[in-house]
Write a protein that binds this ligand. Structure first.
Ligand code: TXA
Ligand code: MG
Length: 351
């Protein structure tokens, strides 16, 4: 299949949006930018389109898709009820990087929800995403537009790497803003439960709706505790190299990473180091990738996936990373980083 690349880096191109919408209405696939990561879109109400999404990504079909909408009215036909907490969260955070889980109606095919009787819904803020959803009839199912198992795409080049030849069209909207997938909250339980941490953190949720819980699987490494979001069980976002996260006091972390990097190099490994701008100078310059600055933690979230992909490009075999427990997005950043590390984490101690 020849993949059309449409350039919307500067602005929404209405003619190309119509072309993309026609593809979606005919059951085809279009990858598009959102404010979190790029999405791989298909008509959410068409079971055949959802099947194509799973195939293009190489994703297990029990892992449900998020339905993207572009106005609040679109919610009624696809959910059985809108709890009061959902209305308040929508007022506070939609359009934006928030996904909410509702009980679904029969309008949503079970192919889209991986057989579940609930549906995940998000109203993104990105102008290209909004224009596309509107033109395509209001409901686009979209997982992140990466091959299953690779880091989520934050630039059109990443999508082209993974999906060229497998989808009808890729819309290039330049670099995304946030760089990590949306926060997911389940509103089908008595007390709302955070299933995936993101830009909207627990304090922000509590500020709007009071008590919220965190899915037990996010708080433990015990593999027998199953996450409620099926996708969270996979070790994805993973670079090809073995990644180890090192935590502890800053000086100890730097010393520990330098020592491990040297040892690994002596064994013939191709080593990379992930560090913040504040500490980059403490490491061998040819090994270090600066991920962002702790003073502006959003830069770390923004660059994480691109840095992981860079290491794949240069055939790195061992990566050592600082930990980034930053104040606001630390949970989300560490959740993705630890997945990429297959939960491999060590604590630097004084020697
Ligand atoms: O920021 C985002 O959310 C991006 C952009 C494209 O919008 N999308 C995204 O989709 O990250 P995906 O498919 O990569 O991740 C969706 C997550 C998966 O972990 C999936 O298991 C979970 O949402 N999910 C979807 N429907 C669910 C449901 N009904 N119940 C529980 N978890 C659900
Ligand atoms: Mg994903």
């Amino acid at each position: 299949m020849e993949t059309i690349i449409a350039n919307m880096r500067q602005s929404v191109d209405e003619a190309e949006i119509r072309r993309a919408a026609d593809i979606l209405k005919n059951g085809g696939l279009v990858a598009f930018p959102t404010e979190t990561v790029y999405g791989l879109g298909g008509n959410a109400l068409d079971a055949g389109a959802s099947a194509k999404i799973y195939e293009a990504k190489g994703r297990p079909s029990d892992n449900p898709l998020i339905v993207h909408i572009c106005d609040m009215q679109a919610l009624d036909p696809i959910v059985r009820e809108i709890p009061e907490a959902a209305r308040r969260l929508a007022d506070a955070f939609w359009p934006g990087p928030l996904t909410m889980i509702f009980k679904k109606t029969d309008l949503v095919p079970s192919a889209t929800t991986g057989g579940l009787d609930t549906v995940a819904v998000r109203f993104p803020s990105h102008p290209v995403a909004q224009a596309l959803i509107k033109a395509a009839g209001g409901y686009i199912a979209a997982p992140s537009a990466n091959t299953s198992g690779r880091p989520s795409p934050t630039r059109a080049e990443h999508v082209i790497e993974d999906l060229s030849g497998k989808v009808e069209m890729i819309i290039d909207g330049g670099e995304v803003g946030i760089g990590l997938e949306s926060s997911i909250i389940d509103l089908t339980e008595e007390t709302p439960v955070i299933l995936r941490p993101g830009f909207i953190n627990k304090e922000m949720f509590s500020g709007v709706i009071g008590e919220v819980k965190t899915d037990a699987a996010l708080l433990t490494n015990d593999p027998s505790v199953h996450p409620k979001a099926p996708g969270m069980k996979y070790r994805h976002y993973a670079p090809k190299a073995e990644l180890t996260v090192v935590e502890g006091p800053q000086e100890d972390v730097c010393a520990c990473i330098c020592r491990m990097a040297k040892e690994a190099q002596e064994k013939g490994e191709k080593v990379g180091i992930i560090a913040a701008a504040e500490t980059a100078a403490f490491y061998p310059q040819e090994l270090v990738h600066v991920i962002g600055t702790r003073a502006h933690e959003e830069t770390i979230a923004h660059n994480l996936y691109a840095v992981l992909r860079d290491f794949d490009e240069c055939d790195t075999t061992k990566i050592f990373s600082e930990a980034f427990d930053t104040p606001s997005m630390g949970n989300a950043i560490m959740n993705r980083l630890m997945k990429a590390a297959g939960q491999r984490r060590i604590r630097a101690g004084r020697e």
